[in-house]
Design a protein. Structure first.
Length: 348
């Protein structure tokens, strides 16, 4: 056995191995089942006994063996969550709702970032499912055939979030992006604008449905013109919104409003209007999508379609926990809807 390096105190380990749940139980003067319950379902153990057990856990440096527990129960104490972005505030709100919805539950969240890639989503699903999670929460309804097959064969509850559709894999919670795009565009038309542009970035399937809703509203009013649509596959940002709005004006100088497929783009369009000396809302109206905090404090304040992202995360984890407990929801598809928040940018 190599000598311990000078100045570094070696931790004493029973039998040269990691402490076991039996070690904790023996030192705490309780049974192993009580220790397991205190760690997994603390609400079922008295506060005094829980403190006694946790003191021993800390003293011994005991770490539960999740792999052993998974083998024993045939299920890992993990809920896998797949989102397309960890920097986008929209998904940050959803993830916050998921974590806070777990509260004191013993289950843990494992997050995978798909980066808007179907191939990455397939790989992450294979990895997550190999670990036998207790449930899966996945973003969107546009999985590839391979990913859909993986979800359909998953031996655990699955909740699709961010959108609703006619064919859920298992459970679903979200709203209609098509109807959201249609509602925002109709608002601009009803406010008196006639040359309403669509400004969109990245153009994932959800953005494409917002564009379809925009087109439907414009066609219903007899106002659709292909030259009013300006999109890019680049990621959305305030800078991209400003650049695309400038392109839109070059293609259609007479445009008098813009529906932007998210709030970053709407803020960029507003900055470009300021830069060019175009008055908002009298000359140009602007509406965004999601209603992030910046829409309220912009000048002028920006109209946006509010989506209930935090609530979506909380409700999704609640649905997953109920299904894990064997209580299937009466309504497997939940439409949270949306709310159009009208502000100064469209009040002519």
């Amino acid at each position: 056995m190599p000598p311990v390096t000078a100045g570094v105190k070696a931790r004493s380990r029973r039998g040269g191995g990691r402490p076991t749940i039996a070690d904790v139980a023996s030192k705490a003067g309780v049974g192993a089942i009580t220790v397991s319950r205190a760690l997994r379902e603390p609400e079922r153990v008295s506060p005094r006994l829980r403190r006694q057990i946790m003191a021993v856990v800390d003293e011994l440096g005991y770490v539960p063996d999740r792999n052993a527990r998974a083998l024993a129960s045939a299920r890992a104490d993990v809920i896998g969550v797949l989102v397309p972005s960890l920097t986008n505030n929209v998904f940050a709100d959803v993830v916050r709702g998921i974590y806070e919805g777990l509260d004191q539950n013993h289950l843990q969240v494992q997050i995978g970032n798909t980066h808007y890639s179907q191939e990455a989503e397939e790989e992450l699903l294979q990895t997550f499912l190999s670990q036998r999670p207790s449930a899966l929460i996945v973003s969107g309804i546009d999985q590839s055939p391979a990913a859909t097959a993986l979800l359909e064969r998953a031996d655990c509850p699955v909740v699709q979030i961010m959108e609703t559709g006619p064919d859920p894999v298992d459970m679903m919670i979200g709203f209609s992006h098509y109807e959201g795009g249609r509602a925002a565009t109709r608002h601009l038309i009803e406010a008196g604008y006639r040359r309403v542009a669509f400004i969109g970035a990245r153009m994932d399937p959800r953005s494409e449905r917002r564009l379809a809703g925009y087109r439907a509203a414009m066609e219903e009013a007899g106002l659709f013109d292909e030259r009013l649509v300006t999109t890019t596959v680049r990621p959305s940002s305030v800078t991209t919104g400003s650049e695309l709005f400038r392109e839109a004006l070059a293609k259609a100088p007479a445009l008098d409003a813009a529906f932007c497929n998210n709030d970053d783009m709407a803020l960029g369009a507003l900055f470009e209007c300021h830069r060019q000396g175009r008055a908002v809302p009298s000359e140009i109206g602007i509406a965004g999508f999601n209603d992030l905090e910046m829409m309220q404090i912009a000048y002028p304040s920006l109209t946006s379609l509010r989506t209930y992202r935090y609530e979506m995360g909380r409700r999704a984890i609640a649905m997953a926990l109920e299904a894990i407990a064997g209580r299937r929801p009466a309504e497997p598809v939940v439409d949270l809807g949306f709310e159009l928040i009208v502000r100064e940018s469209t009040r002519r």
